[in-house]
Design a protein around this ligand. Structure first.
Ligand SMILES: Nc1ncnc2c1ncn2[C@@H]1O[C@H](COP(=O)(O)OP(=O)(O)OP(=O)(O)O)[C@@H](O)[C@H]1O
Length: 970
């Protein structure tokens, strides 16, 4: 029977950073209802509410036990046990019944997915408790088992990163492109040659888990990739062999899939708007496809017909197909951050979880007589053999389109693979389980003994342990500083160094560590990067317990000194292990200071703090990209830029971190938005990885090279801010304004005209309104004209301008022009009827941002290109570019011109009245005709206004003198 996916949400405590920054709690839970408050919403606005099968409050109301376990101190707190009892226990019960079960955790990075799934220290999560309980159950059952009855457990562990599958239970190098995902005609998608290890106890599984985590850590450090972007799937294959009442051998099998998904942030955008390399990249392709799949399934679950579910669009969704749409009982746990700063992401997690509720799956008990299973597998192999001989295709293997010869060949290969798989399955059913276990035990023994020895050594010998962004991977790599001297370097050094590292910027001979009488010091070799507690060292330095050491660009370690540590504890000091965030922060902050950047977060405003966080996160990545560029000799240079919303063509928003990419061969520059930079960085990592793995074809053609930017892609040269108050007074403007880049540097000038017109589109030349709000309710016609553009640097061609007026959705875009002086002659008419207060507000307060784009000429190489990247880079002065405060020059220029025109027009009217008076005097008249005066004033002229206009114009003229040289007033 079809049943809905069960959905739970869980909110974690504030982390240290959130506490330091006075985060505001935006989540509340009442029964099964979860509320979320928009921190920007006006006071009194009701929070949004969602209902789930389970809502777990783990934010506060707990105490830490002596063994580190967090237990409830009130009634509200949901501890690990409670979550297991509700979710994990039902998974286990169903596994015993022979159902497939899936449990997956969703949420942004750091929201608590791993805490719920795996847990930390004594706060074990659902997965380990499930495994423990499973074996407890097996032990119980064994006590009363009849002959021939058996309980078999096997595990697999894989990771999906960048759409590539890696087996985590082997340290062998994954094949290029990762393991293949295949489709079985009846069982669905599976991973070819994935290792499944027989296990006999919880300790066995735990060892496998640790092995998997170690393999992940090595890979993450080498690729300088973070595990939060990888999806991990642990498979537990539980088979019960029993005898039925008729004495027949029965096989009941259940697969448990425990899925820890990658952090969900930016899942929607896939990270790279408008990037030509987006298609090939797949940072989050799996996650965004999962979003689409869930949406489609939710539509299907709510009764919509004809819904297409895009399972095939990503590796993750192929592998989760059964969990989401097939034979499985499925539970989702959505992890929530409690902090206001994560509002958007948390809301999107809640929406995702809400949709998942509507999904239905149909689980069936997988139980059959063993003989029948064997017979079926054999029959299938017979069928496959015949098909292969006749050159036929299995319907389930058919692709979406037609089948080419190449595809047919591939399918034949797949069929062969399937036959082998079936044979192996038959053999497994007939083989003795004990034999299999024994073999595995023998293989593991050596590794276990080594592990034990390592643990003993850690008690007496100082060592480095790795610090990873994912806390569960920290401490997975250990390097001892044995008495005497140890060399640190790559495995290619001769003789091989005692401490071998790999990864970005690690030199063959990187450093030497000396342990003399338990005092440990480190000395870098010439030109190798060793950073201790944020400071780069060039000579020998003594190490202290808990020092943070960065080797190269990505190998971050903590120094542990057992004697120091014991002494500190003895002195009653509270010794806390450093966190990745703190270590990262100190490295970034020193690097930021080095490039002359003082803290942005000083004002303490939320916006500044977010910006500071972005900077701290981006700085090391920019350094890594430069290191990769140098290593691959790509002649590209990266720098951080802080860009204001105005410089990005937006009216409002926050200053953002962007990255400037410079081609060191011809000086061309591109500004990459953060998402695009991230996308490119992943691609660079792939390339770099291929390079260090000695792949011959590591380099890519320019159109696929992440270090390349196509000459075809236009770049933003700069923008012009036009203030349109004059339109509010029905006064025309004709200004030559400066085109400035995000740093406020001028890159040319642009003639901009705004011409108010009458109903027949004739420019209004001799009138104005005193108060722009008088226009409200009336009609406003005007023309925007962009005329001459000059002074654009000669490296640009095919220049065009683009702007969005007021509420326009689509921008007005001019034709492309080239040359020194270009006349765009680009007119656009605007009509507003009736004029609203909002429009007048806009005219009076907001600038119109006109952006100027151009393509950079590819020629004009500066020479010296034979120089290696390292030397070319040395010529660049690393710096952070920051947007200047909003440029006031343009605003003043328009304001002054408007006031002057108001003044001139008022003066003309005065003069006409004077003439009337003179005329009347000449004719000895003592009165003027009201009509005559009215005609002059046309209802828009008042004496008070003139006085105002005169004072204002005088004041502004004085100001104009100060700015005129820059503003080029006409
Ligand atoms: N329920 C909880 N109670 C106490 N601490 C928690 C809880 N949930 C999460 N934490 C803490 O919050 C931090 C982040 O949690 P966790 O590592 O599980 O996040 P994540 O979503 O798995 O992140 P990533 O996507 O990077 O793997 C950890 O230090 C963890 O100990």
């Amino acid at each position: 029977m079809a049943e809905n996916v069960r959905v739970a949400v869980r909110v974690r405590p504030f982390n240290t950073r959130e506490k330091e920054r006075n985060a505001v709690l935006i989540i509340d839970m009442k029964g099964n209802t979860t509320e979320i408050k928009d921190p920007a919403a006006p006071k009194g606005e009701k929070p949004r509410t969602f209902t789930f099968d389970f809502s777990y409050w783990s934010h506060d109301g707990f105490k830490e036990e002596q063994d580190g376990y967090l237990s409830p101190s009130g009634s509200r707190y949901a501890d690990q046990r409670k979550v297991f009892n509700d979710l994990g226990q039902s998974v286990l019960d169903n596994a015993w019944k022979g159902y497939n079960c899936s449990l997956f955790a969703y949420g942004q990075t750091g929201s608590g997915k791993s805490y719920s799934m795996t847990g930390y220290g004594n706060n074990k999560g659902i997965v380990p408790i499930c495994c423990e309980e499973l074996f407890k159950g097996i032990e119980e059952k064994k006590k009363t088992a009849q002959k021939g009855e058996e309980f078999q457990v096997q595990v697999s562990m894989l990771e999906i990163y960048n759409e590539q599958v890696r087996d985590l239970l082997t340290s062998k190098k994954a094949p290029k492109g990762g393991l293949k995902v295949r489709q079985h005609p009846s069982k669905g998608f599976y991973v070819e040659s994935l290792i499944t290890c027989p296990v006999n106890s919880y300790a066995d599984i735990d060892n496998k888990y640790q092995e998997g985590a170690r393999n992940r850590t090595v890979a993450a450090t080498q690729m300088n990739a973070t595990s939060s972007r990888a999806h991990t799937i642990v498979g537990i294959y539980f088979t019960q062999k029993t005898l039925n009442d008729a004495g027949e051998n029965m096989t009941k099998s259940s697969i448990l899939y425990l899925v820890d998904l990658a952090g969900s942030e930016r899942a929607e955008s896939t990270g790279a708007t408008g990037d030509r390399l987006k298609e090939g990249s797949a940072i989050n392709q799996s996650l965004s496809t999962l979003g689409n799949v869930i949406k489609a399934l939710a539509d299907k679950g709510s009764g919509q017909s004809g819904v297409m579910v895009p399972f095939r669009n990503s590796v993750l969704t192929k592998l989760l197909k059964n969990a989401l749409d097939g034979n499985s009982k499925t539970i989702m746990i959505a992890a929530l951050s409690p902090a206001d700063i994560n509002y958007e992401e948390t809301l999107s997690t809640l929406r995702f979880a809400d949709r998942a509720k509507a999904i239905k799956t149909t689980a069936t008990v997988n139980e059959s007589p063993t003989d029948r299973l064997i017979r079926e597998l054999r029959e299938e192999n017979e069928r496959l053999k015949k098909l292969m001989e006749s050159g036929g295709i299995m319907p389930a293997m058919e692709g979406d389109g037609g089948t080419s010869d190449e595809e047919k060949e591939e399918m034949q290969r797949q069929m062969k693979e399937l036959m082998e798989r079936n044979q192996a399955e038959v053999a497994a059913m007939q083989a003795s389980w004990e034999e299999k276990l024994q073999k595995e035990r023998e293989q593991n023994e050596k590794a276990l003994a080594e592990q034990k020895q390592k643990e003993e050594e850690k008690k007496v010998t100082p060592y480095f342990w790795n610090l990873n962004e994912d806390p569960s991977l920290s401490g997975m790599l250990i390097h001892f500083c044995k008495p005497g001297q140890s060399r640190i370097g790559t495995k290619n050094a001769k003789p091989p160094p005692e401490i071998q590292l790999s990864g970005l910027n690690i030199q063959m001979e990187h450093a030497t560590v000396t342990n003399k009488d338990n005092k440990v010091s480190i000395k870098p070799t010439f030109q190798s990067a060793v950073i201790i507690n944020g400071k780069e060292i060039s000579k020998e330095e003594l190490l202290h317990h808990n020092d943070r050491i960065l080797f190269g660009s990505t190998n971050l370690f903590v120094f542990h000194h057992p004697v120091d540590y014991a002494q500190q504890l003895k002195q009653g000091k509270k010794v806390e292990a450093p966190t990745f965030e703190k270590a990262q922060e100190e490295i970034s902050e020193t690097a930021l200071q080095k490039v002359g950047f003082s803290k942005v977060g000083q004002s303490g405003s939320k916006e500044d703090l977010v910006l500071q966080d972005d900077l701290v996160r981006t700085m090391p990545m920019v350094n890594q990209c430069n290191a990769m560029s140098e290593c691959l000799n790509k002649k590209r240079f990266f720098e951080i830029a802080l860009v204001s919303p105005q410089a990005r063509g937006l009216k409002e928003g926050r200053t953002e971190v962007m990255v400037k990419m410079k081609n060191l061969e011809n000086g061309n520059e591109w500004m990459w938005p953060y998402d695009k930079f991230l996308n490119r960085k992943y691609k660079m990592e792939e390339m770099y990885n291929d390079f260090i793995n000695d792949e011959k074809d590591w380099d890519e053609p320019p159109e696929k090279d992440p270090f390349e930017e196509s000459a075809d892609s236009a770049v933003l040269i700069g923008s012009v801010q036009v203030f349109l108050q004059s339109l509010g007074y029905l006064i025309d403007t004709d200004e030559h304004l400066s085109i400035t880049d995000f740093r406020g540097i001028e890159h040319g000038r642009m003639q901009v005209q705004a011409l108010p017109c009458d109903a027949k589109w004739k420019p209004i030349e001799d009138d104005f309104v005193e108060d722009p709000y008088e226009l409200v309710g009336k009609q406003l016609n005007f023309k925007m004209k962009i005329g001459k553009v000059g002074g654009i640097p000669s490296k640009y061609e095919k220049v065009y301008v683009s702007y969005k007026f007021y509420l326009d959705d689509t921008p007005a875009v001019s034709k492309e022009m080239s040359g020194v002086n270009m006349d765009f002659n680009f007119d656009k008419q605007f009509t507003f009827k009736p004029v609203t207060q909002q429009l007048v507000d806009y005219l009076m307060n907001d600038p119109l941002v006109i952006q100027v784009y151009g393509k950079q000429k590819t020629g004009g190489q500066k020479g010296g290109t034979a120089l290696p990247t390292r030397e070319l880079m040395a010529r660049e002065k690393t710096m952070i570019h920051q947007t200047k405060q909003e440029d006031m020059k343009n605003r003043m220029a328009v304001e002054v011109a408007t006031e002057r025109k108001k003044f001139e027009r008022a003066e003309t009217k005065l003069r006409k009245i004077q003439e009337l008076v003179n005329k009347a005097k000449k004719g000895n008249r003592t009165e003027l005709a009201v009509k005559d005066v009215e005609d002059i004033l046309e209802g828009s002229f008042r004496f008070k206004g003139v006085a105002d206009a005169v004072t204002l114009a005088k004041r502004n003229e004085a100001m104009g003198k100060n700015t005129s040289s820059a503003c080029n007033l006409q």
